[in-house]
Design a protein around this ligand. Structure first.
Ligand SMILES: Cc1cc2nc3c(=O)[nH]c(=O)nc-3n(C[C@H](O)[C@H](O)[C@H](O)COP(=O)(O)OP(=O)(O)OC[C@H]3O[C@@H](n4cnc5c(N)ncnc54)[C@H](O)[C@@H]3O)c2cc1C
Length: 297
């Protein structure tokens, strides 16, 4: 497997933030992925989808980074199912389902990212989660073994699955039952319109910064707003005016700018609501004390 050295991660990540990867490989098949994992043996590795949910530190990643490519981008619609490689984009999955008249994929319209990232994050909307549609998903272990998981084995929860963090998802089979084509088109269109109206697509972001703490607490965006953080800016980063749970990169933002906004938001929410907000986004390349400031595990 060919490893590239000192690869800038900012251009590969949706936030356009982050220093270089010391080593980066782009496996195009399960064989290449297993070889890359063997090369990386003994070192924690990281998998980057589109970085639509990751804040990468300004110093980058000392850990080897894997970006799936080639055959991992496949999408195949069959009778009652869609099989997708982990590098296939979620909106492409939604588009394939819409064109084939398959029900239940509208919520991937306008969710940036890959199937692999979606499996890891259990991406979804308030009502629908990715794993609700999964028949099985396959992952490669650090030892190069291919494992097939059923949903009950992955134990999907809110933006979380109980699958070792060093396993790499490679493929999933989704249940995709035929439905009424007009109703499906309408569901996709209205979902996309609502997302684009209420959230921020014109500036780089990584979506919702904080997990919703759940009842009896208000939604995370409301807490951010009520502690006066909407619109607050540090360097090139700003708590979005349109959606207070988004932090956008206005141009030239550094990871430190985003971290400062997160730390201040969390401090204020703790004081005002006695709630310790937990990041929904994943943080790479930060020191333990930086992670602790924003409540990252
Ligand atoms: C404008 C906007 C709107 C969004 N709306 C939503 C929404 O409605 N619902 C929602 O859930 N999310 C939303 N998000 C967040 C994001 O789209 C999802 O979390 C998406 O699943 C991230 O996919 P990714 O491929 O970019 O993953 P990345 O951000 O690259 O990675 C996320 C995590 O998954 C891991 N990972 C990636 N690929 C693999 C793999 N193949 N195997 C194992 N681990 C892997 C990474 O290591 C990392 O820990 C939004 C983001 C933006 C910018």
């Amino acid at each position: 497997m060919r490893w590239e050295r000192d690869v800038p991660l900012g251009p590969l990540a949706r936030y356009r933030i982050g220093g270089p990867a010391a080593r980066l490989a782009r496996p195009r098949s399960i064989g290449e992925l297993a070889a890359a994992l063997r090369d990386a043996a003994g070192r924690e590795h990281r998998v980057l989808g589109t970085g639509a949910n990751v804040l990468i530190g300004d110093a980058g990643s000392a850990e080897p980074v894997l970006v799936l490519d080639g055959e991992f981008a496949s999408l195949r619609v069959d009778d009652g199912t869609i099989e997708a490689g982990a590098a296939a984009r979620l909106p492409a999955l939604a588009g394939a389902a819409r064109r084939a008249g398959r029900d239940g994929f509208h919520f991937f319209e306008a969710v940036p990212g890959t199937v692999g990232g979606g499996l890891r994050m259990n991406a979804g909307s308030r009502e629908d989660w990715l794993w609700d549609r999964v028949r099985w998903a396959e992952a490669v272990t650090p030892e190069g073994e291919l494992v097939r998981l059923r949903p009950e084995e992955a134990a999907p929860a809110y933006r979380h699955v109980e699958v070792p963090t060093d396993w790499v998802f490679v493929r999933a089979l989704f249940t995709a039952t035929p439905g009424d084509a007009d109703a499906i088109r309408h569901a996709h269109l209205t979902f996309r319109e609502r997302k684009v109206r209420d959230q921020v697509y014109e500036l780089p972001s990584v979506g919702s910064t904080w997990k919703n703490p759940g009842p009896p607490h208000p939604a995370a965006w409301r807490m951010v707003e009520e502690v006066g953080m909407r619109g607050v800016r540090v360097g090139g980063a700003q708590v979005a005016e349109r959606h207070a749970n988004f932090i956008v990169n206005l141009g030239g933002a550094r990871a430190g700018d985003v971290l400062a906004l997160m730390a201040e938001t969390r401090r204020r929410a703790l004081t005002r609501f006695d709630v310790a907000l937990e990041p929904e986004i994943h943080l790479w390349g930060f020191a333990p004390e930086q992670r602790a400031r924003v409540g990252a595990a």
